[in-house]
Ligand binder design. Structure first.
Ligand code: NAD
Length: 424
């Protein structure tokens, strides 16, 4: 193979570059040829738009918006829209590629995309955000579409913005097209089960991994970093099924109770306490870093990227890590974790329950029908379990970690489809 290797691993801790380095390792293991490697590495389309918006004080500000389609080989591209001051084209490109691998690993018929607008939504009024979102949608009119490219929420956006995008896109078409976005409010065609879908997938992955390591779930202990959407749902569902969650944390601090934290109580406390665990008394207060190194069966990082790095990988004492967050482990930490024999269920597999139920939302919209919560859960659980098995078997077959195996499964799927569709 003659394709150019990315910069040496020692030079990076950036989660996106970590992701690309794993793509490279998996491509080599698969023996991917140069043509396909380069096709899969480079995004199909990158769009940058200027968005003039009338602010509440009457002035006009121009924002920059992005949408990158990394791949549409498996189907229409799918990926969130981020509103943040840090948004830039390189980040959007990397996040779009990440979506390609995530959709492929769980075998849903989507390519990968990502979008964003460089703005600070916390300093904007609802009216300003609405005008910005509608303006972005108008500029992306030829990019978005239920058969072309389907956005979803990401950092700084949620059901409200998705409703505006759906409405603006529908108006321009003269009819209601709710399948153009997912993550909508339920009344507009959002799916039941979406809110807990990612945490639920993390739980299903953790249980599948416990089976492989012959850990009795009723005797298992868990620590969870991050108590937001992903972390709190994962913790609740693990507890419901008999695991003992001994530590949780959020931005306010970390809480440890060797007898098990009452997660339902912690959720209620958070709800009544402005969304944080500040002052939670259901566990002893410990350092956030200590939570990561506790002797537990399962560690679930579900807060942010790059928390397990060369600095602390050696001190990790969990038997397995189930990655709820995107990119919580740096590429440099991979080798250390692997050499300790810790099983890692990687992000692109473990947190794919969210995009799976987004896919179900799109399917329901296109059917003009609503599934019950039970049907959504059963089908997403099945996809998560089957995907886990596929990745586990691939890891054994190639003698690689589950992370590299997940990339192998994803790249192989996209590369094969590309070969059938034909190149240029
Ligand atoms: P969220 O904003 O709902 O929750 C994040 C949580 O992490 C909060 O409790 C916050 O207080 C906590 N946190 C922040 N910094 C922390 C720190 N230093 N130490 C401990 N806790 C800290 O976000 P979310 O939707 O739950 O997403 C969490 C992660 O999962 C992100 O990496 C996200 O990209 C990823 N993810 C989310 C979804 C989804 O469906 N929500 C899907 C796939 C991946």
């Amino acid at each position: 193979m003659s394709y150019v290797e990315p910069a040496p691993i020692k030079d990076r801790e950036n989660p996106f570059e970590s992701m690309m380095s794993r793509f490279h390792i998996a491509s080599q293991a698969l023996g991917l040829n140069d043509e396909v490697y380069n096709v899969l590495k480079n995004p199909v389309k990158q769009v940058i738009v200027s968005l003039p918006v009338t602010m509440d004080d009457g002035s006009i500000r121009v924002f920059e918006g992005y949408r990158v389609i990394h791949s549409n080989i498996l189907g229409p591209s799918k990926g969130g829209i981020r509103y943040d001051m840090g948004v830039n084209i390189d980040e959007v490109k990397a996040l779009a590629a990440w979506m390609t691998w995530k959709c492929a690993v769980v075998d849903i018929p989507y390519g990968g995309a990502k979008g964003g607008i460089r703005c600070n939504p916390r300093q904007m009024s609802s009216g300003e955000i609405e005008r910005l979102t509608r303006s972005y949608t108008q500029e992306m009119f030829s990019i978005f579409g239920p058969d072309r490219d389907i956005p979803a929420p990401d950092m700084g956006t949620g059901p409200r913005e998705m409703a505006w995008i759906m409405d603006e896109y529908s108006r321009a078409n003269g009819m209601t097209i709710n399948a153009v976005v997912t993550g909508k409010p339920i009344v507009l065609g959002g799916s039941t089960g979406r809110a807990e879908a990612t945490g639920r997938g993390v739980m299903v992955s953790a249980f599948a991994a416990m089976e492989k390591l012959k850990i009795n779930p009723y005797q298992s202990t868990v620590s969870v970093q991050g108590f937001g959407n992903v972390g709190s749902h994962a913790a609740l569902l693990m507890e419901e099924r008999g695991s003992k969650v001994v530590a949780i944390s959020d931005i306010s601090g970390a809480y440890y109770n060797p007898d098990g934290i009452n997660i339902q109580q912690a959720v209620e406390f958070r709800e009544a306490n402005g969304g944080t665990l500040t002052g939670f008394t259901g566990g002893e207060v410990i350092e956030g870093e200590e939570l990561l190194t506790l002797e537990v069966d399962i560690l679930i990082p579900a807060a942010m990227e790059d928390v397990i790095t060369v600095k602390n990988a050696e001190q990790i004492n969990a038997r397995m890590i189930v990655e709820g967050a995107n990119g919580p482990t740096s590429a440099r930490a991979d080798d250390i974790i692997n050499s300790k024999g810790t099983l890692v269920v990687p992000d692109i597999l473990a947190n794919a329950g969210g995009v799976t139920v987004s896919y179900f939302e799109w399917v329901q919209n296109r059917l003009g029908y609503k599934w019950t919560r039970d049907r959504v859960n059963r089908r997403s659980d099945r996809i998560m379990r089957e995907s886990f098995e596929r990745v586990y078997k691939t890891a054994l077959k190639y003698g690689v970690s589950m992370r590299i195996a997940a990339y192998i499964v994803a790249i192989d799927k996209v590369a094969n489809t590309y070969k059938f569709r034909g190149g240029f």
